[in-house]
Design a protein around this ligand. Structure first.
Ligand SMILES: [Cu+2]
Length: 128
């Protein structure tokens, strides 16, 4: 009789712990979703989405002499953007006002060591 009681309480405890664990995971996921949604609402004119190991487009276009708020969204891995031949670097979470007065083609590279495909992370910024 006592053994049964012990077994029953052990089962109850296991169930409670499992339920708590599941709730925590759900809440953590919810928080991450909210953060992503908020960063997407920032006032940026151009969002570059980076993943392992590419940017979402091969080519981005902006107008010469106009200030464009460029934001980097790393959806997989941690990346950064450097616009070559300029002083601009863009890291995640915040839009950077970029003004390039000289029309031309600028190479953009990932400036944050991010793994095996890091050196292949390149895109072109066309300033026209
Ligand atoms: Cu990288």
């Amino acid at each position: 009789m006592k053994k049964w009681l012990l077994f029953a309480s052990a089962m109850c405890l296991t169930f409670v712990i499992a339920a708590c664990g599941a709730n925590n995971t759900k809440e953590a996921n919810k928080e991450v979703d909210t953060v992503v949604a908020d960063s997407g609402a920032a006032a940026s004119d151009l969002v570059i989405t980076a993943s392992n190991w590419k940017f979402d487009q091969k080519e981005y276009k902006i107008k010469a002499g106009q200030t464009v708020n460029i934001e980097l969204d790393s959806i997989e891995g941690m990346h950064g953007v450097q616009i070559k031949n300029t002083d601009y670097t863009i890291s995640g979470g915040k839009a950077v006002p970029v003004t390039i007065s000289e029309p031309g083609t600028y190479e953009m590279i990932c400036n944050r060591p991010c793994g095996t495909g890091h050196i292949e992370m390149k895109a072109t910024l066309v300033v026209e």
